[in-house]
Design a protein around this ligand. Structure first.
Ligand code: HEC
Ligand code: HEC
Length: 356
């Protein structure tokens, strides 16, 4: 009851003063009670390509494409619009769902036009501005070019860029939205891709329990601390903090015949190497691995503990066979749990815009 009263007091303060500052100072003591107010306030702001404390500089250079409210909102609308696909049935968001940290819930491999299946698991989307390459094999090297791949893929959206641009030009609302974002109602491929990039680059997830522990505001439980220590010894060489990926490629004993990185470099030694995925938000983004073969994190860890056999091509950074004890696995699971960011998957600014 007390919490509820606080919520109303805070709401009244915010409304009467017209500033969030008072609510923000009250929030320090009753953070939980203030959630609805801060969320309401947050929904009015535009996400920016900010650099969280202690993170490296982003790879994506937004100087030629600064994030604006109109540009971000246009990108968001495009991301959720099935008009981008050949038959108007598939949006980017069909395979990248916010509640799944923008992965595809319950789908091992992507599922596109007319129910056709692709061959790889849709990765979650966040902190993309820090990636120098995209896709499991790194086949795309610029965030602004990434949307061209699913757009043209016959089992994903099956469309061409010129056809999408023509549809957008004929649309009743898009010309005005492009004018608001870019200064004139001209619609072309570059503007289309830049608007999408404004949405993609600002999908930043940095508000997990782990982040608050590093900022000194919360602390790890005993199991989480032990898991963190094991993680740093056994996993961090590839899943490097704070992004939980070294932005490189590795073979971690998962083989389903997908040549991975070698498809791009044509080098024998890259056969089966995949982009090292982030480990943030795993609690939402199952199933796991490039082919979605594992439904649970326990299965992934059993793989690291017992399943890696391909001796000839093993990466020296992997934990040696049978070197993870069951108690270490339990602690690792506790640590991985600290990387979930519920604010990110609930952030109203990334949600589907209200229907037109
Ligand atoms: C039919 C399902 C599907 C649709 C529709 C789709 N994607 Fe994807 N997306 C995938 C899959 C699968 C991958 C991984 C492909 C690979 O590695 O070969 C992927 C990869 C990506 C990546 C790279 C992520 C990373 O970490 O490397 C981005 C960014 C992305 N998609 C954005 C988009 C955007 C923007 C759209 C709409 C224009 C879109 N996707 C439409 C399934 C889909
Ligand atoms: C040699 C580098 C390397 C090491 C060391 C490593 N991983 Fe990985 N990890 C990868 C690669 C590469 C993938 C993607 C493999 C694939 O899909 O084929 C991956 C995938 C994962 C996934 C699935 C993520 C997703 O989104 O599908 C999890 C979870 C994971 N690793 C956890 C760990 C843990 C925990 C450790 C330590 C016990 C660890 N990894 C050690 C390279 C590594």
């Amino acid at each position: 009851m007390r919490l509820r009263r606080w919520r109303w007091i805070a709401l009244a303060l915010t409304l009467t003063s017209g500033t969030a500052l008072i609510a923000a100072s009250a929030a320090a003591s009753v953070e939980a009670a203030l959630q609805p107010v801060s969320r309401w306030w947050q929904s009015l702001s535009t996400p920016q390509l900010r650099v969280p404390e202690g993170w490296p500089r982003p790879q994506y250079d937004a100087r030629h494409n600064p994030v604006t409210r109109a540009g971000f909102e246009l990108g968001r609308r495009l991301f959720y619009d099935p008009l981008l696909s050949l038959d108007g049935s598939i949006a980017c968001a069909s395979c990248h769902q916010q509640f799944a940290a923008f992965a595809h819930f319950d789908h091992r491999v992507s599922h596109g036009l007319a129910g056709a299946n692709g061959t790889r698991n849709a990765p979650p989307l966040f902190n993309l501005a820090w990636q120098s390459s995209f896709m499991w094999d790194g086949g795309v090297t610029h965030l602004e070019l990434q949307p061209l791949a699913p757009l043209a893929n016959p089992v994903e959206m099956g469309e061409t860029l010129p056809a999408v641009i023509a549809k957008l030009r004929r649309d009743a609302e898009y010309p005005a939205l492009f004018a608001a974002a870019f200064g004139s109602d001209h619609i072309d491929g570059q503007r289309f891709l830049r608007a999408l990039a404004q949405f993609l680059a600002t999908l930043i997830s940095d508000a997990s329990h782990y982040d608050r522990v590093l900022a000194g505001r919360e602390s790890f439980s005993a199991a989480e601390s032990r898991g963190y220590a094991t993680f740093q010894q056994r996993c961090a060489a590839c899943h490097a903090e704070p992004l939980f990926s070294d932005d490189g490629y590795a073979r971690d004993g998962i083989d389903n015949g997908d040549a991975g990185r070698a498809l791009i470099t044509a080098r024998i030694e890259d056969r089966g190497r995949m982009r090292v995925p982030s480990l943030r938000n795993l609690g939402y983004s199952a199933p796991y691995m490039h082919d979605g073969r594992y439904d649970t994190l326990d299965q992934v860890l059993q793989h690291y503990a017992h399943g890696i056999r391909d001796a000839e091509s093993l990466d020296a950074r992997l934990p040696p066979a049978a070197s993870l004890r069951d108690d270490e696995i339990a602690d690792l699971l506790a640590f991985l749990d600290t990387l979930n960011d519920p604010n990110f998957i609930d952030d109203p600014r990334y949600a589907e815009p209200s229907a037109r």
